[in-house]
Design a protein around this ligand. Structure first.
Ligand code: AMP
Ligand code: ZN
Length: 474
């Protein structure tokens, strides 16, 4: 197999991947803040980490993957100003904050299942680790922190090379970091936030620095270390985390170990899913969820395929056209696989090895799934290879791309848009009547049924090359 090369944000370069322990590759992914549903942009981050995990497993590395759940501490700004997102959501909805966290955590896990993203070893909650966070902060407080009226702050000048990951010197932080009165340096950040007098928080705990809540960055230092050890292989997150959250985690890790070690060998970041209509920001109000795509008649795996059509480090534009194109491509793949199953056995005169090699070369090159997809198309179409052998080779692509092509059926892809006035059984029933009419050469009746279906938003597709027969227009 081709040696795996991954882009390390720390060095801003492609590096050969060498596991610390080949028998257990350890990955930590910053998880969602569960004050609302994930938008599809957030989900791109987990399609990326799932692909990373799949590639590593396929290449023979057993894995321990952790995705945390941020249920406290993340403010409306990634730095130190604003409200706690969880508290604000609880106040706005009038619901108990723990119920909100449980609801959106469950919804997130369902999103992952729908996208065929494998379960990590654990989904640790920040609020289950408060005592450990306080203990961690106590260890570093004296040498690396200072107290202000509103909490305990980390002095970023006490660790080597602060900002190495973000590539920011102390001059470029203006506007990026919130000015908090009393901070020694603009980049300094809260480790523990003390509740203001009269502030009514649903989540707060006692600490040596007063009653309050942990700063957002602390949980990831504590939980990654607890579940994966002081030095693990890969830490992931969206590209926004490269600027504030991850540099701050690194600073905490260095303070704790009293060394220059950042905590992970590779820091990897997926680029953003962007949307011209501005539907990718939860705080901006209306945003696109996976359910919104399903409501429009798209299967979640069409979204996964849309993500895989781009390399994770390039920006990807969300549009309904892009999603439609991915959906058509997925239907074509499922159709091709179904056709292979129906084909009679035949001898193989060609080799599948070159296709596996193309898959390997593509994903070994910093997870270039976009390049693996044409190899999959070519494999399925290669008539020199017997149907059974093509299906066997497909299993490798499925293992890496996670499109579930060996089990996905055509019917699964026929997702009924919420706006549809008709259900699938009725369509099938009307089409059966139409076939009878055509067999009896009653074309007037056949046309009438077609028009009747059209009036209900169903397009009849006679002779569709994919055998799709009909679809509900959205
Ligand atoms: P959050 O729930 O805001 O903590 O974000 C969860 C994950 O989604 C983080 O890794 C973010 O960096 C990532 N993320 C946020 N917005 C986008 C986006 N538009 N595209 C891709 N990833 C994103
Ligand atoms: Zn994190």
């Amino acid at each position: 197999m081709t040696p795996l090369t991954l882009y390390n944000s720390l060095t801003r370069s492609l590096e050969p991947f060498r596991p610390i322990d080949p028998a257990n590759v350890r990955i930590y992914s910053c998880g969602p803040t569960v004050y609302n549903y994930a938008h599809v942009g957030n989900l791109r981050a987990y399609v990326f980490t799932d692909t990373l995990g799949r590639v590593l497993r396929w290449k023979g590395y057993p894995l321990t993957h952790i995705i945390n759940i941020t249920d406290v501490g993340h403010l409306t700004s990634d730095a130190d100003l604003g409200d706690d997102k969880m508290e604000a959501a609880a106040r706005a909805s009038g619901h108990d904050i723990w119920r909100i966290a449980a609801h959106y955590t469950a919804a997130f896990k369902q999103n992952l299942k729908d996208l065929h993203i494998g379960d990590p070893a654990a989904f640790p909650l920040a609020t289950d680790h408060i005592a450990e966070m306080i203990a961690f902060a106590e260890t570093i407080a004296e040498r690396h922190c200072y107290q202000l009226a509103d909490g305990l702050y980390f002095d970023t000048a006490t660790v080597p090379d602060y900002g190495r990951l973000a590539r920011t010197g102390s001059d470029d932080v203006e506007g990026r970091i919130d000015p908090v009165a009393g901070k020694r340096h603009p980049q300094d950040f809260a480790i523990w936030r003390t509740s203001a007098p009269g502030e009514n928080r649903q989540m707060e705990w006692d600490s040596p620095w007063g009653r309050g809540a942990p700063g957002w960055h602390l949980e990831c230092s504590v939980m990654s270390r607890k579940y994966l050890g002081a030095s693990f292989d890969i830490h992931t997150g969206g590209i926004d985390h490269r600027e504030i959250h991850h540099p701050n985690e690194i600073a905490q890790n260095q303070a704790y170990c009293d060394c220059a070690d950042t905590g992970a060998t590779f820091w990897m970041h997926n680029n953003f899913l962007v949307d011209r209509a501005g539907k990718m920001s939860k705080s901006a109000g209306e945003f696109l969820t996976l359910q919104a795509l399903v409501d429009r008649g798209f299967h979640p795996l069409a979204y996964r395929l849309m993500c895989l059509q781009a390399q994770y480090r390039s920006e990807l534009e969300f549009s309904w056209d892009n999603l439609s194109a991915a959906s058509t491509r997925l239907k074509r793949l499922v159709h091709a696989v179904a056709a292979l199953r129906d084909r009679p056995a035949a001898p193989t005169t060609g080799a599948t090895a070159p296709y596996r090699a193309q898959l390997d070369e593509a994903v070994a090159d910093d997870l270039n799934t976009a390049r693996a997809l044409p190899a999959l198309d070519a494999l399925l179409a290669d008539k020199r290879i017997s149907p059974a052998d093509r299906l066997a080779a497909l299993a490798d692509f499925d293992a890496v791309l996670g499109l579930d092509l060996l089990t996905l059926r055509r019917e699964d892809l026929r997702v009924r848009p919420v706006s549809a006035a008709i259900d699938a059984a009725t369509v099938e029933d009307r089409l059966a009547a139409r076939r009878e009419a055509r067999a009896a050469k009653d074309f007037a009746r056949s046309d009438a049924i077609r028009d009747e279906l059209a009036a209900m938003g169903v397009e009849v597709m006679d002779g569709d090359p994919l055998g799709w027969d009909w679809r509900i227009d959205t």
